[in-house]
Design a protein around this ligand. Structure first.
Ligand SMILES: *[C@@H]1O[C@H](CO)[C@@H](O)[C@H](O)[C@H]1NC(C)=O
Ligand SMILES: *[C@@H]1O[C@H](CO)[C@@H](O)[C@H](O)[C@H]1NC(C)=O
Ligand SMILES: *[C@@H]1O[C@H](CO)[C@@H](O)[C@H](O)[C@H]1NC(C)=O
Ligand SMILES: *[C@@H]1O[C@H](CO)[C@@H](O)[C@H](O)[C@H]1NC(C)=O
Ligand SMILES: *[C@@H]1O[C@H](CO)[C@@H](O)[C@H](O)[C@H]1NC(C)=O
Ligand SMILES: CC(=O)N[C@H]1CO[C@H](CO)[C@@H](O)[C@@H]1O
Length: 608
């Protein structure tokens, strides 16, 4: 995808450089800290080896999320599993902590938890990708060898004015016997696809994984936009018999008013099982998901529907929830995502990118920008068949240590209760709230009910509990990365509302970043959406993964997910605390709250 800069994002310069006397302090906050048991080892060397820029205070680097050592990263690209290794590629600027000169960074892992970074997989060196090697996907050919499809940003010769626009290209492993797939050769057939007549070749990118149809012909999608006002998002279909020459044959789906579709992804899901499916899977047990990333608002949207391989058309089950209009993977920061079928564990895994909420100037000072969210296992919700469920891959649980559980904690009206066991900025927290008794009180005032049905998470935060009315089940939830006095806090909470109809309750799931930091120049948008609560559900539950500057929250087993980036100034490291809170007018019972400290992972340059 394309990332551009807005001068408004460059906020005022804050002094982060510390005097040399503070180097030790910097080391204490650096992510390698946890792997160095001996405090005396914490010298300049560990700072250099761990972080981007030396001598820079680094409280925001993550400890168990994927991040390159330094510089700018954006979209995940071409994830795959090959010969015992998970491969992860990413949009990467090797030169700076800002977007530009985009290449494909490359890392490998045995478990998608610990990583070894390799040298650049693809960089711009051909006329068709000289200005950048942009996002794409991996496809296994019939011989079991993976190839990469990507978008090249073309330029001819040295004349900067003769930009040719975006092209689709392919790279193949130089040595398929190398499990690490270290060298990639660009195909002599490149570019393999150009924008069809009538389509803007500056808005033509991000090829999907290719799949073979019933007729043995390969297909892939490329994101684009159309319409006189360039407002109709679309996914262009290309076909090939030999994988070298691709013909444009139509559009699999387009949706008015959604704008440019970046990073399309189409894949089958099993209607009854969590098992992942290959792109070729067909049959009565299969539904399809079409996901796109909307350039317009930087959110990833999906729909559940049917892909008819005879007509090569995708139809959503519910047109009101068509791709780009309804469901999102994540209601916080999560963009340009991509799934892959993990044949090692027969599951589909989702990767997505969370950019910074701080200023470009901050990125430059800290020497890096953005993290990848934890890889998520993704499947169709069997209960509804209408939405996906996401959960951190099980391998993440290996990082848990020092489990502490408290049961039956009462959180009275207006009360805040510390979770004493949980301290620090690397935590996994699971809280089960008892579902409140839905009293009849509310039904006596239909006007109030109607009004409450339109409440949003930001209303709750800006108007406080007053917004919620006299009998309000919520807001109640969890403060993380909080100072003892709650001066800084990031709040993840629920709020139950009645939509005006008898017994028709809805549950808001929100993330409040507005008090997350004393710093002024960071984005503190309030996030949120609804989460489905079934009559059969016993509790209202949330899992929150905290890693210094990222908070990923999974409600009700992963039906609704929300990612926040936050930059507390005081609530860092051991000064970060966890609290349960209840801002509603009814008491809340926490059936159980379990917390784990999360170990740091290894991310090192690969040395054979
Ligand atoms: C891109 O590379 C050029 C040449 O090395 C360099 O001058 C420029 O600063 C780089 N741009 C960015 C945004 O990193
Ligand atoms: C094509 O897209 C680019 C980038 O959004 C835009 O600047 C340009 O005006 C578009 N061209 C046409 C003909 O719409
Ligand atoms: C692509 O187009 C060429 C020329 O029209 C045609 O010969 C070929 O069969 C087409 N291939 C596919 C896969 O549609
Ligand atoms: C990155 O973050 C900024 C500020 O929070 C936001 O405005 C922008 O849309 C984000 N971009 C993406 C691709 O998420
Ligand atoms: C809870 O109530 C306190 C005190 O009125 C307020 O400061 C805070 O913003 C509220 N939080 C939420 C999430 O409603
Ligand atoms: C559009 C265009 O002019 N493309 C040309 C760019 O340069 C290469 C060789 O350098 C030509 O093969 C392309 O036709």
């Amino acid at each position: 995808m394309e990332q551009s800069f807005h001068p408004t994002m460059a906020a005022k310069h804050r002094v982060m450089l510390l005097a040399s006397a503070m180097i030790l302090l910097a080391a204490l906050f650096s992510p390698v800290e946890a792997s160095h048991k001996d405090w005396h080892q914490l010298g300049v060397e560990s700072i250099k080896s761990s972080s981007s820029a030396t001598h820079v205070y680094q409280p925001y680097r993550t400890a168990y999320h994927f991040q390159p050592r330094k510089n700018w990263m954006n979209d995940p690209n071409g994830p795959l599993y090959y010969k015992g290794w998970y491969h992860f590629f990413y949009q990467y600027n090797r030169d700076a902590a800002v977007w530009g000169n985009i290449t494909w960074g490359h890392a490998v892992s045995r478990d998608m938890v610990h990583w070894r970074t390799l040298h650049t997989a693809l960089k711009g060196d051909k006329w068709y990708d000289m200005k950048g090697v942009w996002s794409g996907s991996a496809t296994f050919l019939d011989n079991g060898v993976p190839v990469l499809l990507y978008t090249g940003w073309a330029i001819n010769g040295t004349d900067q004015s003769s930009i040719r626009g975006q092209t689709q290209a392919m790279a193949v492993p130089e040595d398929p016997s190398d499990p690490l797939l270290r060298e990639w050769d660009k195909s002599p057939h490149n570019p393999i696809a150009l924008a069809p007549p009538g389509f803007n070749d500056s808005m033509f990118r991000d090829p999907t994984e290719a799949w073979k149809g019933y007729d043995g012909v390969w297909r892939m999608l490329v994101g684009a936009v159309k319409g006189t006002d360039q407002s109709i998002g679309t996914a262009l279909l290309y076909k090939s018999t030999d994988f070298n020459k691709w013909n444009f044959t139509g559009e699999i789906q387009s949706v008015a008013g959604t704008g440019m579709w970046e990073c399309p992804d189409i894949y089958p899901v099993h209607v009854k099982e969590k098992t992942g499916l290959r792109l070729s899977a067909r049959g009565p047990h299969v539904k399809h998901v079409l996901k796109v990333s909307l350039d317009r608002n930087k959110h990833d949207y999906y729909s559940v529907g049917t892909y008819d391989e005879k007509t090569d058309l995708y139809t959503p089950d519910d047109t009101k929830l068509d791709t780009g209009l309804g469901l999102r993977y994540d209601y916080g920061k999560f963009y340009a995502s991509k799934t892959f079928f993990d044949q090692n564990k027969n599951r589909r895994v989702l990767w997505g990118w969370a950019n910074e909420s701080s200023s470009v100037q901050d990125d430059i000072e800290k020497g890096w920008s953005s993290v990848q969210c934890l890889p998520r296992h993704i499947w169709l919700d069997e209960e509804s068949s209408a939405n996906l469920v996401q959960w951190p891959i099980e391998e993440v649980d290996k990082l848990r240590r020092n489990e502490m559980t408290e049961k039956n904690v009462e959180v009275g009206v207006g009360k805040v209760v510390p979770v004493k066991a949980a301290k620090g900025a690397q935590l996994d927290i699971v809280v089960d709230f008892a579902l409140p008794e839905k009293s009849e009180g509310l039904e006596q005032n239909p006007n109030l009910l109607a009004e409450m049905g339109h409440l949003t998470c930001s209303d709750l935060v800006t108007k406080g509990s007053n917004a919620a009315g006299p009998h309000s089940f919520g807001p109640f939830g969890v403060h993380v990365l909080a100072t003892g006095d709650l001066q800084e806090r990031t709040s993840i909470f629920f709020h139950l509302i009645h939509d005006g109809k008898h017994q028709n309750w809805k549950t808001l799931f929100c993330g409040d970043q507005s008090q997350s930091s004393l710093q002024q120049d960071v984005d503190k948008t309030v996030y949120g959406s609804y989460v489905r609560v079934d009559d059969s559900d016993k509790v209202l539950s949330v899992r929150i993964l905290v890693d210094h500057s990222i908070v990923e929250s999974f409600a009700q087993g992963g039906r609704t997910v929300m990612t926040s980036r936050v930059y507390p100034e005081l609530a860092v490291k051991d000064a970060a605390h966890v609290f349960l809170f209840n801002n509603g007018t009814e008491p809340v019972t926490v059936k159980s709250v379990s917390t784990w400290e999360m170990k740091s992972v290894n991310i090192k340059f690969y040395k054979p």
